[in-house]
Design a protein around this ligand. Sequence first.
Ligand SMILES: NC(=O)c1ccc[n+]([C@@H]2O[C@H](COP(=O)([O-])OP(=O)(O)OC[C@H]3O[C@@H](n4cnc5c(N)ncnc54)[C@H](O)[C@@H]3O)[C@@H](O)[C@H]2O)c1
Length: 264
Amino acid sequence: MNTTPPTTAFSPQAFSLKGKPAFITGAGSGIGQAIALGFAACGADVACFDRDARAAQATADLVLAARGRAIGLSGDVSSPDSLAEAIQAAANSFGPIRTAVNCAGVAGATAAEDMPADDFRRIVDINLTGVFLSAQAEARMMLAQDGGSIVNIASMSGTIANRGLLQAHYNASKAAVIHLTKSLATEWADRGVRVNSISPGYTLTPMNKRPEVADRLKAYASDTPLGRIAEPEEMVGPAVFLASAAASFVTGADLVVDGGYVCW
Ligand SMILES: NC(=O)c1ccc[n+]([C@@H]2O[C@H](COP(=O)([O-])OP(=O)(O)OC[C@H]3O[C@@H](n4cnc5c(N)ncnc54)[C@H](O)[C@@H]3O)[C@@H](O)[C@H]2O)c1
């Protein structure tokens, strides 16, 4: 069981993901792609899931080129059937999944008073319901096996309202992911499944090539104590930590990885 305390002194091997097949949503781009490559570098076989089939396969190909083991799987996080099928396909290739990172997400910007109900629902459907459905499908396999670790990608926008960005739907969806994570963590703690979230700050991915963000990146960098925005690779170490045995007593936590942004 994942909840069993360690019986030996700490070893760097605790960070290894060898023998822990991983399922990663949104793996076709940005943070999800960086995490898929990083997990493979730490020894995991990785199932790269994305609604963009070619992007999912391209990430799997990058892992294969680096001599890791990976498959690309296409599907949508708002569909329970699509998730169940993909997780079974991952298990057929590598054995039951032991870790999962839920990165799939979308953003947008509209003034709240003008926001069509369907825009609000679409963001919540992918960013919140999609994370719930992903975690549910992943935990069904982990609970039936030897436990596991789930990492949800939330955002610092779940804690702050970004200055100058009109994204009430996005911010609300991310705040809910942080609390969903705590709720799932407590439900599954005694059955060996840990659930945590990471809240990235501004990160250089295609999501931030949206004009409303791209124009403000310099200002965001100077509003960050570390003086810059993040590279996607800087989300890998935190995700490896939370997924691995090094975090055996960590569940229900939200790890803010923002260069100190929320401190100011
Ligand atoms: N980039 C940032 O500054 C930043 C900051 C905080 C949090 N985040 C969060 O990190 C996560 C990854 O963002 P990113 O910046 O790498 O974005 P990205 O746009 O580069 O990647 C998102 C990926 O998710 C996939 N996706 C979208 N909807 C999907 C769906 N319904 N089903 C399956 N796949 C789907 C896309 O095809 C894409 O490959 C998101 O949840 C985002 O909200 C990003």
